[in-house]
Design a binder for this molecule. Structure first.
Ligand SMILES: [Fe+2]
Length: 285
């Protein structure tokens, strides 16, 4: 009987030890960063939007192409886990609506401002397409020609323009975008828009032609720069595709500015009426 009791206690102790070991193993599994789980390591061309009116912007360079200024992980997550879901959400949100046959910019220009889903999704798609198109490998430096002349005229110098643009990122509270706009006279100014709103968004009352934008949502920079938003904004100028920005600036004929007006060089934060402000969380999709 005593032997049986000893055997029972031994087996019981072994079971407890095994269970304990199992528990220890579970607790000791290293925490895998979420980004590593979500990373696919593929190519931009591997991705395709679900069937719908809008296709995913075809990124013309690899996820690694903007290294070291924009890291490949951020680039892939940004494109695959933010832009792509926005395109799919946009396609879903416009089914049966007048927007299905429009260009993305016309969706924004003809927007029903209170249609929150379309406003948010279309703004996100337009803004991100514009942003990705504004960057290129082996780019940066300074613009040339009439754009450089206008920057020098309206900001004092290229360096001063960069400073004002980058410092605006620090002043912008929450998620949003920084823009360089031109008016119809070719005069430049910097503005910000909150959430996924765009200068093209009907109802915001923004007048101007977008030339350049910067995504200042945390997903655009936090993996590499953490809280150093200013450093992210200055680094952006190492990858700006000035050829594209110059093309945008040269694509419209400038009216002669009225003699009585002075160039607008102020930085402007667009205030969205409280009752129409979107409640947009930093998306993980
Ligand atoms: Fe973004």
């Amino acid at each position: 009987m005593r032997n049986k009791a000893v055997l029972f206690l031994t087996v019981f102790a072994s079971m407890v030890a095994c269970k304990k070991d199992t528990l220890v193993e579970v607790v000791d599994v290293p925490a895998t960063p979420i980004v590593a789980i979500e990373q696919k390591g593929g190519k931009p061309s591997d991705l395709k939007a679900a069937e719908g009116a809008f296709e995913l912007y075809a990124l013309p360079f690899s996820y690694q192409a903007l290294e070291p200024h924009v890291d490949a992980t951020t680039m892939e997550l940004h494109y695959a886990k933010h832009l792509l879901p926005y395109v799919n959400a946009l396609n879903k949100s416009i089914i049966g609506k007048k927007y299905e046959s429009m260009e993305i910019v016309d969706v924004l220009k003809n927007l029903n401002f209170s249609d929150v889903d379309v406003r948010n999704n279309a703004g996100a798609v337009y803004n991100h397409n514009f942003f990705f198109e504004s960057m290129a490998p082996k780019a940066g430096g300074e613009p040339e020609g009439e754009l450089l002349d206008a920057i020098t005229r309206d900001f004092g110098s290229y360096d001063e323009f960069v400073r004002q643009f980058a410092e605006t990122s620090v002043k912008l509270q929450g998620s949003g975008w920084i823009w360089l706009l031109s008016d119809k006279y070719g005069r430049l100014r910097i503005i910000t828009t909150p959430n996924n709103d765009s200068p093209q968004t009907k109802g915001l009352g923004i007048v101007g032609i977008p030339l350049l934008n910067l995504d200042v949502w945390e997903h655009a920079y936090y993996l590499k720069f953490q809280n150093k938003k200013r450093e992210y904004a200055y680094t952006f100028f190492s990858v700006v595709n000035w050829d594209k920005v110059e093309e945008r600036y040269g694509a419209f004929s400038k009216s002669s500015a009225p003699a009585a007006t002075t160039p607008s060089t102020t930085t402007e934060t667009i205030e969205v009426p409280v009752e129409t402000t979107l409640k947009v969380e930093e998306k993980s999709n």
